[in-house]
Design a protein around this ligand. Structure first.
Ligand code: NAD
Length: 300
């Protein structure tokens, strides 16, 4: 029987543990972890993401600051706000929602965020620490995938063959590093990869992070493999007028071979936001040199 990995349920349990930890820290150390989210422009999808991040922070018992700037905000103005937040002691995490308007260079902005508050894990210091195996704030989506894998496969992924399809800085590359840290043999595939279907068909773990609707077909999946579908693709609308979402994996076909698979929606997505809460909690503890309460041992 194929296991459908219920990201909603797993992330709810994870968020509950985070909220307990936030509350414990409030009682023991009298501080409230805080997340600041900056949105530049009025992209409707980003607006929803930012709102959801604020709701999630409050549900976790954290303080939430939202900065909504007009799309003619200059890079200098944005940098000035980030520098102010870098020095604000009540702010533990800073995030600039992407995409930003074209006249702003996103990576230049990320580089200004204090790496200790970089809860997206995109600052070169955090990305570099992940590469060399030092403790770091890890990008939320790959961290969420990694937690799902541990939940399904247990702690020991040693020797498993994993393929990560996609080499972006925010998903593919950090995902590959996390799998490597867990002693998987990792293939990173991308738009120029040859014979992708054959490569995929030998993998015990498939992570699809491409942005192409249902590209990964059922016969690309080895019998019993674990499939994590990061893709979010909007294809038309449902009868109720909502955007219809599909992943990068042809779910029905792939489910016939997979041992476990994430659905879209309801798989990786909810874990991403839970990991943002986790990173904010971690940043809050690190900044105060407090050991982060153990969240994983009775959750996974
Ligand atoms: P990206 O566009 O930055 O990267 C896509 C990657 O796919 C590239 O590295 C490219 O080389 C590779 N690629 C493109 N065509 C390919 C092909 N034919 N064969 C193999 N590889 C190919 O995208 P991203 O930011 O990494 O996001 C990937 C997907 O994940 C998108 O659908 C995005 O919406 C989704 N996403 C979901 C979450 C979440 O929380 N669930 C978070 C981030 C991104």
């Amino acid at each position: 029987m194929t296991q459908i990995i219920d990201g909603k349920k797993i992330s709810a349990a994870f968020r509950e543990k985070i909220a307990e930890a936030v509350s414990l820290l409030k009682t023991e150390y009298s501080f409230k972890a805080g997340l600041a989210v900056i949105l530049v422009g009025d992209d409707p999808a980003s607006d929803v993401y930012v709102r959801n991040k604020g709701i999630a922070s409050k549900k976790a018992g954290m303080s939430s600051l939202e900065y909504r700037l007009s799309d003619d905000t200059t890079e200098q103005e944005l940098i000035a706000l980030i520098e102010k937040l870098n020095h604000d002691d009540t702010v533990d995490g800073i995030l600039v929602q992407s995409p930003v308007p074209e006249h702003i260079n996103y990576q230049s902005i990320v580089n200004v965020i204090n790496p200790d508050k970089d809860v997206d894990g995109f600052h070169p210091k955090n990305a570099g620490n992940l590469l060399i195996g030092s403790d770091s704030l890890v990008a939320c989506t790959p961290l969420g995938c990694s937690i799902l894998l541990k939940y399904i496969l247990g702690e020991d992924l040693s020797g498993k063959d994993a393929i990560v399809i996609g080499r972006s800085t925010i998903v593919g590359k950090p995902m590959a590093m996390l799998l490597l840290q867990q002693n998987c043999t990792v293939t990173i595939a991308h738009s120029r990869t040859q014979n992708l279907a054959e490569k995929c068909a030998t993998a015990d773990i498939v992570i699809a992070a491409v942005g192409r609707p249902e590209m990964v077909k059922g016969d690309w999946i080895k019998q019993g493999a674990t499939v994590i579908d990061v893709g979010i693709n909007r294809i038309g609308t449902t009868e109720s007028g909502k955007a219809k979402l599909v992943g990068d994996v042809a779910f029905d076909e792939a489910s016939e071979n997979a041992g476990a698979i994430t659905p879209v929606p309801g798989g990786v997505g909810p874990m991403t936001i839970a990991c943002l809460m986790y990173n904010t909690l971690k940043a809050a503890c690190n900044r105060r040199k407090i050991e982060i309460p153990d969240i994983f041992s009775d959750f996974i």
